[in-house]
Design a protein around this ligand. Structure first.
Ligand SMILES: *Cc1c(COP(=O)(O)O)cnc(C)c1O
Length: 430
């Protein structure tokens, strides 16, 4: 598969090059040249396929011929070595738990897949690649874990000081080896801007090979389409129309769901569930796309004021506002509403959600008001104990920490403080 730049001012390139470069030379995001739907037989036969088989068939066209089949099979199997269960709350609402990986957020899948692809591409290469990544909370941990010990790859993670949870901070600052953390005096958008500036800095890019492990990287973004197929495998026998409510920040996950739909997965509709960072909710109301500075919320991984993947969503719908609007609804919820939802989910269904999942649940409820026959799946994008303060405060019940979380508690944080782009540059040149 070749990829083109959404700025249309750079040559098309291979999967391999798109992964290594992250962004196109004209600073555009890469997008696959073609999307070929999977045969109907694939969906009819989905009960007989394992998760790895589903994933392999779904992603093969986007990767080939750059990674040989047998190696791609291994990469997919290693990436997916944990479960993706559906938990039904009632006849109309389920949640898809995407937090059973090593860092307990959905980003583990993309990070593990990308790390293995980059490790494969870099195996005979003596030049090191530096992965530069901005995190609003969960990406940092997932990328740190996925890339730990990968030969020839250095990872530099930028996170906003005081704006990630304690557990998230431990996950990205305690691993050592090839993983370095930079604690930025600012918000997530400042971190993301510094990363973008680094890619534009010729003095830097002439001396080192930089790439991104944010969802702008196709190897981080595309594997997320697996989730929607795994949900379908577990739910299709209900014979109801399936809609997905995706708690969204940078819109990579939602956009991957739309790719699954393009591959032929029968998804009736999408819901972009937002916290008070509501650029997309407003866009669908007004047709006016107006990025603004992010505001801090209790669902911090969605505190994004200028979602980088929205341009890919527009590409899928050929920039046609009405086609997009027919397939996507969006709602925005306050922290107060999110807390009430957490409590309601616990009291009504005896289920402990995390703040991001709770926003997704609210999206389902809003949609079902006018579409009462649909079955809405909200993605549980992180384990509730990653947001222990909020969750325990609201449901007033002590949580048991899973082994993945216990493993990082009490480790020593190592991070370098920076407050400007010069700080980042100085660090990289050291
Ligand atoms: C990253 C993240 C999101 C947002 O996902 P995007 O793909 O950036 O829209 C939602 N919830 C959690 C827990 C996350 O870590």
């Amino acid at each position: 598969m070749n990829y083109y730049s959404l700025n249309h001012k750079a040559p098309n390139t291979t999967f391999k090059n798109a992964v290594i470069k992250g962004l196109a030379p004209d600073r555009g995001l890469y997008f696959p040249e073609t999307i070929t739907p999977l045969p109907q037989f694939f969906f009819d036969n989905i009960d007989n396929l394992s998760y790895s088989e589903i994933a392999y068939k779904a992603i093969e066209q986007f990767v080939s011929p750059d990674i040989p089949k047998s190696i791609l099979k291994t990469i997919v199997e290693e990436t997916l070595s944990f479960d993706f269960p559906i938990v039904k709350l009632n006849d109309n609402i389920s949640t898809l738990e995407l937090f059973h990986g090593p860092t307990m957020a959905f980003k583990d899948v993309g990070a593990r897949f990308m790390a293995r692809c980059l490790g494969y591409f870099n195996k005979d290469n003596s030049n090191e690649v530096t992965v530069l990544v901005a995190t609003s909370g969960d990406t940092g941990g997932a990328v740190a874990n996925g890339f730990l010990g990968v030969k020839g790859v250095n990872v530099v993670i930028l996170y906003p000081s005081g704006k990630v949870s304690d557990i998230q901070e431990m996950q990205l600052t305690t691993l050592g080896q090839n993983i370095k953390a930079l604690e930025v005096d600012g918000v997530f958008d400042d971190c993301q801007d510094m990363v973008k500036q680094a890619f534009l800095d010729q003095e830097l890019t002439s001396k080192m090979q930089l790439t991104s492990a944010n969802s702008i990287n196709v190897a981080r973004w595309i594997p997320q389409l697996f989730y929607f197929m795994f949900a379908y495998k577990q739910l299709h026998k209900m014979h109801k129309e399936i809609v997905f409510s995706v708690p969204s920040g940078n819109f990579g996950n939602l956009c991957a769901g739309m790719m699954a739909q393009q591959l032929g997965l029968p998804i009736k509709h999408f819901i972009a569930s937002n916290n008070e960072n509501n650029v997309v909710t407003n866009y669908l109301k007004t047709e006016d796309y107006n990025p603004k500075p992010s505001v801090q919320t209790i669902s911090n991984a969605m505190d994004v004021g200028n979602p980088s993947n929205f341009i890919r969503i527009q590409e899928i719908y050929k920039n046609n506002f009405n086609t997009l609007k027919n397939n996507l609804s969006s709602y925005s919820f306050s922290d107060a509403e999110t807390k009430i939802a957490l409590k309601e989910i616990y009291d009504t269904y005896n289920y402990v959600a995390d703040p991001h999942g709770a926003v997704g649940y609210l999206g389902c409820k809003a949609y079902l008001k006018t579409n009462p026959n649909a079955h809405c799946v909200f993605l549980e994008t992180a384990h509730p104990t990653k947001f222990l303060d909020v969750v325990e405060e609201v449901i007033k019940e002590k949580q048991v920490l899973p082994k993945q979380i216990q493993a990082v508690m009490g480790k020593t944080k190592v991070a370098t403080k920076i407050s400007s782009y010069d700080g980042l540059k100085g660090f990289l040149f050291k």
